[in-house]
Design a protein. Sequence first.
Length: 147
Amino acid sequence: MEIDKTTELRASVKLVNDRLKFSGEVLNNNPVEIDYISPLGDNDGYTSLELLLLSLSSCVGSAVLTFLRRMQKEISGCEVNARGIRNTSHPTGFKTIYIDFVINSSDVTMDDFDKVLKLAEDSYCPVWAMLKGNVEIITGCNIVKHK
């Protein structure tokens, strides 16, 4: 039975060693190794919080690029870098996440970026929406101009 990814997602993780290493899979995609840091794990894969940073980065990056392209902006490259600052007491999730964009473009302005980032934050990035109110998210952007 085909799953409609717009309304339902399924993921599965399976323990692969005698510590805390899991292999995770979503549908028919390549597996992802998930582990914990020493001494509980072997630090042999992404941690769950690292995967959250990747999810947020790709989600907000996809939304920003989609809207810039709809504005007919020329994009020759984009990099999204995220850094999470963890709480010092349990649960040690993120208290602050910094997201920095590097956009290579001849015609994108900071006003363009601010406009599409606001759309991503308010309406189009589900990962950001789930974190909002629980984690402070601070963004920045460097637009590298070229001809």
